[in-house]
Design a protein around this ligand. Sequence first.
Ligand code: HMG
Ligand code: MG
Length: 299
Amino acid sequence: TASNRFRVVEVGARDGLQAEKKFVPTEVKVELIDRLSACGFSTVETTSFVSPKWVPQMADHNEIVKKHKRFNGVSYPVLVPNAAGLKNALATGVVDEIAVFGAASDAFSLKNVNSNVEDSLKKLLEVTKIALENKIRVRGYVSVVVGCPYSGDVKPEVVARVAETLLETGCYEVSLGDTIGVGTVKSVGKMLDTVLKSVPANKLAVHFHDTYGQALANVLVSIEKGIRTADSSIAGLGGCPYAKGATGNLATEDLLYFLKGNGFETGVDLEKVVETAKWFNSAAGYDKWSRVGRAISNK
Ligand code: HMG
Ligand code: MG
């Protein structure tokens, strides 16, 4: 039987902020990462070594990785799209984990990284190889695993093949992303059944955007299929700038409440996450709340 340990990967500082038009000051991002580290997450994604022309909000990646604290037992992956990004990440001397991101539809892949699925996989595999040679851990993402904003339904077989390829090249885990949050228990369940034919559950994570309010239901079906890792974002911040209509990620606070109430251990302090969201709102001039954060702090 699968265990009741559950790993929550906090992606707020990266996925949460990448699409924000207003530049969040670097010091605020750094303090957000430090406060999140103190909440008990084992993985805190921090920034992206992507082109600043494509994603201006992540242009301060060098400063971010050098300035934030590194807590014992916490890993700090950064997104890397190509060899240039890896070179920049390595040059900082402090990056110990990267995340490479592929997709399951050509239409989305072209918008997001200016390459189709095959070409982008070739680049990712090259990046992964060099990273591993440099003793850097690599996490993989597959985007648009159930629906693409530009080409509609996505074939589960394609998701399975991209996930397998990423694992074969040396990613320690692959996170399956419903980038635009269109999945339901039925479509996510079907996709997972297909992927799980060739990839074990302990090599998978799920990454649900909550655009249509389906994220927690989709986490539940993932748990039923043996998956014990999910990505989420503080206060439900987030979205992909190259996915039309994508809104925030599943909120970390909502996920933690759900997991605790259903008997799972995460090691993350929910109250502290709510405090951090409250701090972030005042520091960045935001008013973003998860449902649980709102309930707990009477907002
Ligand atoms: P391109 O224009 O095809 O690339 O972009 P290029 O190689 O021709 O380079 C164009 C310019 O960018 C050049 O500069 C390069 O030097 C520079 P110029 O000569 O014009 O001055 N450049 C870079 N600069 C800094 N860092 C780099 C880099 N690479 C090239 N790494 C590229 C290709 C991949 C760079 C671009 O499309 C890009 O940056 N895309 C990233 C888009 C992105 O970050 N999307 C969001 C993350 S994915 C996501 O959110 C989904 C996820 O959450 C899961 C889910 O929800 O499903 C992970
Ligand atoms: Mg995402």
